[in-house]
Ligand binder design. Structure first.
Ligand SMILES: [Zn+2]
Length: 288
């Protein structure tokens, strides 16, 4: 696991074994399935190891150490042990999807998540809670972080003071004097590809920065004001700032990062939901 998170997948599997055994007793073909290496490979990704191995079978002679000693189940007259070779990155999501598909556990709410191509349950209900944290906030924050950390340059307050002087201590957009804020000529997002570096730092009055410019780049914002656009472009050149704007490869890579943040979040929601649902109350099949 990245980040040192230890998900006890063996424990999670073990907690569901009684329910899986009950399911197999009610559905004998599933016992056959779970003793079939091809089925176990397809459903769980366990490779050549079947989920259940019958005591005395060649599988257990050859792969004894890859099956738990305990528990041993008697299911439909067959004595079986359970594969112990579970790896959280590879097997947790398929295992929980299996449980849901057989109604062995209601891991999700809603109970029938559509698997995505990445094998991770879709999470349409995410972000539908009133005032919930939006994943886009995290996605955009990661993009800003990446774009803000490109390059080796360092700068300090004196560089910012020099920048304000370059623009005669006026707002580079409307020309007003007064208190100036640090704006980014190219906004730091995945469509404008601005960076937090000298050359893209533009002095701006609060009104232009906060309420007018928004996500526009300086050219879009200034429109037909060619003189102000030229001044900003000259300033960028003077600081050897080459905008990334329009770089399709950079855009593609940032799109990947943007999606990865959502996948990461979904993955950890799924892991935690599996962990928490492992302690689920007895199902209806259990005696009262
Ligand atoms: Zn202004």
């Amino acid at each position: 696991m990245p980040h040192g998170i230890d998900v006890p997948i063996g424990k999670i599997v073990k907690r569901h074994l009684n329910a899986i055994k009950d399911y197999c007793e009610a559905n004998p073909t599933e016992l056959e399935n779970l003793m079939d290496p091809a089925y176990s490979s397809k459903i769980f990704g366990l490779g050549r190891l079947p989920f259940f191995a019958e005591v005395g079978s060649p599988v257990l002679r050859d792969e004894n150490t890859r099956y738990w000693q305990d528990p041993v189940f008697t299911v439909n007259g067959k004595i079986v042990r359970v594969c112990s070779q579970w790896v959280v990155e590879r097997h947790l999501v398929p295992f929980q999807q299996y449980l849901v598909s057989k109604n062995i556990a209601t891991t999700y709410d809603p109970p029938s998540p559509a698997p995505t191509r990445r094998g991770i349950p879709s999470r349409q209900r995410m972000n539908t809670r009133y005032r919930a944290y939006r994943i886009a906030d995290a996605q955009n924050a990661v993009i800003r972080h990446i774009l803000s950390n490109l390059g080796e340059e360092t700068f300090n307050e004196a560089d910012w003071e020099n920048t304000k002087q370059y623009f005669s201590n006026r707002c580079a957009y409307c020309g007003i004097q007064g208190s100036l804020q640090m704006d980014h000529g190219f906004p730091i997002n995945k469509s404008k590809l601005g960076e937090h570096r000298i050359g893209n730092l533009i002095p701006s009055c609060g009104i232009c920065n906060n309420s007018r410019k928004g996500d526009k780049d300086f050219k879009e914002f200034l429109g037909s004001d060619a003189d102000k656009i030229r001044l900003i472009e000259e300033y960028m050149e003077s600081r050897q700032y080459t905008p990334l704007a329009g770089n399709a490869q950079v855009k593609d890579i940032l799109e990947m990062a943007y999606k990865d943040v959502a996948v990461l979040a979904e993955r950890y929601v799924a892991i935690l939901e599996t962990l928490l649902s492992s302690a689920a109350p007895p199902t209806q099949a259990d005696p009262p």
